[in-house]
Design a protein around this ligand. Structure first.
Ligand SMILES: NC(=O)c1ccc[n+]([C@@H]2O[C@H](COP(=O)([O-])OP(=O)(O)OC[C@H]3O[C@@H](n4cnc5c(N)ncnc54)[C@H](OP(=O)(O)O)[C@@H]3O)[C@@H](O)[C@H]2O)c1
Length: 270
């Protein structure tokens, strides 16, 4: 399977999405500068949210970058307490963009699946404000509820995802529905980078543990969005296209699953 930074995954809407991206939660360095640096390195997908505080800086980086807007892919989110249609418009204003590639419901509301939020996003999509809509932190039953209520299948579910915490059931379900999993906190916020077996695989390949975690996602068909402030990390995280993890080592990495959450959550998949 030959992949590079320009490779994309197919969304059931017919649109395409880059196979990896840049997370921007707690991008503590100057956002515009960091994102511009990343875009110049070749990052094409940028993940943000109305509550990250990074949208204005991302917009600035896009305007400064010598690359067409269409070559970039921007994911952002609405909060569960928002009027999702209005929030879509204010996200567009903050970013200074005329459309958003992918708008997600950040998390399900405490009660229910967020059918009203979903309707607002469907409206925004029908009006061309966003190209695709999806969810984040949704379990299988909650996704089913949204589909039942609207007939609209999310294109993406963005969830915490690493060899230490993932769900084969969610992967199978998502593949069956044509939903792409975007993997957040793919580097476990660094908390598991010193794992012995992960390091064993990394040493075998002459790669860093972070690169193995990113590559594991790429081979699984899930889309990792590692965040990095540091230039050396931004660069290192792109060094994932000149090697492949063997089937045996993929098995070893898969066996590390303990439904671990670096955010300290109890991950709900089913
Ligand atoms: N939808 C949601 O609810 C949700 C929740 C959490 C996150 N997210 C999204 O997913 C993105 C990624 O998740 P995350 O930020 O939680 O965690 P993460 O990407 O797993 O980890 C980020 C941490 O890893 C470090 N790092 C990056 N590259 C490294 C490397 N090659 N070697 C060693 N350390 C490295 C970063 O350091 P430096 O910054 O110092 O370079 C930072 O401390 C977020 O930024 C956000 O966009 C979404």
């Amino acid at each position: 399977m030959s992949m590079d930074l320009n490779s994309t995954v197919h969304l059931h809407s017919g649109n395409r999405m880059p196979i990896m991206g840049l997370g921007t939660w707690q991008l503590t360095l100057e956002t515009a500068e960091t994102v511009l640096y990343a875009v110049n390195l070749g990052y094409r997908l940028i993940d943000t949210s109305s509550d990250y505080g990074t949208q204005p800086g991302i917009g600035e980086a896009i305007r400064k970058a010598s690359i067409d807007r269409e070559a970039l892919y921007i994911t952002t989110k609405v909060e569960e307490t928002d009027d999702s249609y209005e929030r879509t418009k204010s996200n567009l204003d903050e970013l200074g963009l005329s459309y958003i590639d992918l708008m997600l419901i950040h998390r399900p509301p405490a009660t229910g699946a967020g059918e009203e939020l979903w309707e607002g996003l469907i409206k925004a999509k029908n009006e061309g404000l966003v190209k695709d809509i999806g969810v984040s932190n949704y379990s299988i039953p909650l996704i089913n509820k949204l589909i039942e209520a609207s007939g609209e299948v999310p294109t993406v579910n963005q969830i915490e995802w690493s060899p230490f915490g993932y769900s084969q059931e969610m992967l199978d379900y998502s593949k069956g529905k044509g939903i792409i999993i975007q993997a957040y906190s793919p580097l476990t916020r660094t908390l598991r980078l010193d794992d012995e077996k992960l390091n064993q695989v990394a040493e075998e390949h002459g790669k860093s543990p972070a690169q193995i975690l990113i590559r594991w996602n790429l081979q699984l068909g899930t889309v990792p969005i590692p965040k990095a402030n540091q230039k050396k990390h931004l660069e290192e995280n792109l060094g994932v296209f000149d090697f492949a993890i063997s089937q045996e080592d993929m098995g070893l990495l898969n066996s590390l699953n303990e439904y671990y959450s670096s955010l300290g959550w109890s991950l709900q998949y089913v």
